[in-house]
Structures are given as structure tokens and as C-alpha cells.
Design a protein around this ligand. Structure first.
Ligand SMILES: *Cc1c(COP(=O)(O)O)cnc(C)c1O
Length: 298
């Protein structure tokens, strides 16, 4: 039985476990863990940014980004389907004291026009728009990929309106593998990125936040305040380095499997409305009276 619930349902390969065993470690709160430092530098370099920060989860990297990019009473513009709104327990309000300005799209892919229309005018009685978050690929949207040009157009709006642009890139490597382009191209078009190592890349734990040196210096303080300062975290970072070195190209296999699954589902009369499959996510509806319980029992 293969569990297709999520790309988080993975276990380390023996090669990854060996890399973890062999890791050189130190106390990362004192910045003395060479493996964590290497992972952070590797991610920053890949995306052409100055610095990186290893965190226990993608929720934490996103929440830190929200906190550092905003002040209380600000507002973040994002898609209604975005992870920061749907699946982070309302942490934007809890951790940062900010609101959300939600945009509705069919697939979680924003456009520059939609973003521009959502930016608030500077009246005392309105929340202040200071941040846009895009999600590439968009999980709830079905794993669709942003065209690079669209990200650049959104960035231009952000620049002209003085908003920061954060990329929730939990599955950024799925996007790159599916549509081409380089991490540096994506990196150059945004202010900060969250990268998940524990999704399709198969590491057991970990996400990396990348951005400018000043941004990451502040992010490091917020991480500590959130309880995310880890000690000999190099054992986990080693899994992340291994994943980046060995598992990025293999995402293609996941994408091929997802397409195969979608094709198989398309032939079933009790399945309808399969969303376009661009990467590793397949979303579909059942034709009533079929229910998930019936589907599982077939
Ligand atoms: C999984 C995911 C995250 C982070 O999730 P964690 O489980 O906290 O690591 C962030 N954004 C998106 C789009 C995700 O799918």
C-alpha cells in the first residue's frame, strides 16, 4: 500500500540516514553547527540571496517572514487558498497582529492587477498594506505553477507601492522541475522565500527561510522567540543537504506518477472535475452518491 495522502508522508532513505549519522555538529544557537551553516549558505546561494535560516517547519519560516516584514495593524495580501491563511492556525494574527486581505482565484495564482487592486489607500482608518505572499506551487489550488513573468509583474507592483513580496516556496522545486527556470531567477524576483525540505524532497524535518542579511538577522531573533533555536540541528540539516543534492531531479517521478493517477481516475465514472495536474498534487470530486468512504472501499 502506498500512502498518497501527502508528500510529507516520507521516510529517509538509507543514503539520507547515513548522511545524518555522519554529520558534523555544534551548537547552532551559538552558530557553531557547521552543517546547519552549510545548509543555510547552500539555500541562500541557490536562490541568489545573502543569508538563510534553518527552522523546524515551513509554518515557522512563513510566520517569521510575516513577523519581520510587517508591524501590528498591517495587512498581508494573499490568495484565499494560501497556506498562511488556511493552515497556519491564524498565526498571522496571533504572532504578528496583522490582518489578511484575501484575493479569490480559481487556482491560487495571483496576478499583478489583482494585487494592485487589493492595495489599500493610506487612510488612518484602514489597515496598512505592507506585504504580498504568493505560494508556488499553490497546495490547495492543485499544485499549479506561477509563470516567472507573473511573479516579476507582481514584484513591480510591490516595488511601486512599497510592499514586500514573500514567496511560500514549500514546493518551489516542484515548480522549477515542472516548468524550468532557475532558483536564481525566482530568488531575484522576491524579497524572501520559505523552502520546505520535508515535502517531496523527503527530509524528515526542516525548512529554510532565505533573504537579505538584515532580514535574516531579524528572523533569527524571531525564531528564538518562537522557541525554534535548535542546538545540534546539523543532524537534521544533513538530511536537508542530502535531499537538495539527490532528490530534486526525482520530483519528476512524482509528477509522472501524479499524471498517471489523474489519467486512471479520469476513466472512472464516479470521478469528476479532476483539476489540471501540473506537479505532484491531484484534486478531484466524486460524483454523488459516491462518497470518500465508498471510494476507499472499491
Ligand atoms: C506544508 C506547507 C507549508 C509548511 O508546512 P509545515 O508542515 O509547517 O512544514 C507551508 N506552505 C505550504 C504551501 C505547504 O504546503
Amino acid at each position: 500500500m502506498i500512502n498518497l495522502l501527502s508528500d510529507t508522508v516520507t521516510k529517509p532513505t538509507s543514503g539520507m540516514l547515513q548522511a545524518m549519522f555522519a554529520a558534523e555538529v555544534g551548537d547552532d544557537v551559538f552558530r557553531e553547527d557547521p552543517t546547519v551553516n552549510a545548509l543555510e549558505a547552500k539555500c541562500a546561494d541557490l536562490f541568489g540571496h545573502e543569508a538563510g535560516l534553518f527552522c523546524p517547519s515551513g509554518t515557522m519560516t512563513n510566520q517569521i517572514a510575516l513577523k519581520v516584514h510587517t508591524r501590528p495593524l498591517d495587512e498581508v495580501i494573499c490568495d484565499e487558498m494560501s497556506h498562511i491563511y488556511q493552515y497556519e492556525v491564524g498565526g498571522y494574527a496571533f504572532n504578528s497582529g496583522i490582518g489578511v486581505n484575501l484575493i479569490r482565484t480559481p487556482n491560487g495564482i495571483l496576478s499583478a492587477d489583482l494585487v494592485e487592486a487589493a492595495v489599500r489607500p493610506p487612510y488612518d482608518w484602514l489597515p496598512r498594506s505592507t506585504l504580498v505572499v504568493i505560494e508556488n506551487t499553490c497546495n490547495k489550488g492543485g499544485g499549479g505553477v506561477y509563470p516567472l513573468e507573473t511573479i516579476r509583474e507582481i514584484r513591480a507592483v510591490c516595488r511601486s507601492k512599497r510592499l514586500a513580496l514573500h514567496l511560500d516556496g514549500a514546493r518551489i522545486f516542484n515548480a522549477l522541475v515542472a516548468k524550468g527556470g532557475t532558483p536564481a531567477d525566482i530568488g531575484a524576483a522576491v524579497d524572501s522565500i520559505s523552502i520546505c525540505l520535508s515535502k517531496g524532497l523527503g527530509a524528515p524535518v526542516g525548512s529554510v527561510l532565505v533573504g537579505s542579511r538584515d532580514f535574516i538577522a531579524e528572523a533569527r531573533r524571531v525564531r528564538k522567540a518562537m522557541g525554534g533555536g535548535m542546538r545540534q540541528a546539523g543532524y537534521l540539516a544533513a538530511a536537508g543537504i542530502y535531499a537538495l543534492d539527490h532528490h530534486v531531479e526525482r520530483l519528476q517521478e512524482d509528477h509522472a506518477h501524479a499524471r498517471c493517477l489523474a489519467d486512471t481516475l479520469a476513466a472512472l465514472e464516479y470521478v469528476q472535475n479532476i483539476r489540471p495536474v501540473e506537479t505532484n498534487i491531484v484534486i478531484f470530486d466524486l460524483v454523488p452518491p459516491a462518497t470518500p468512504a465508498v471510494f476507499w472501499s472499491i
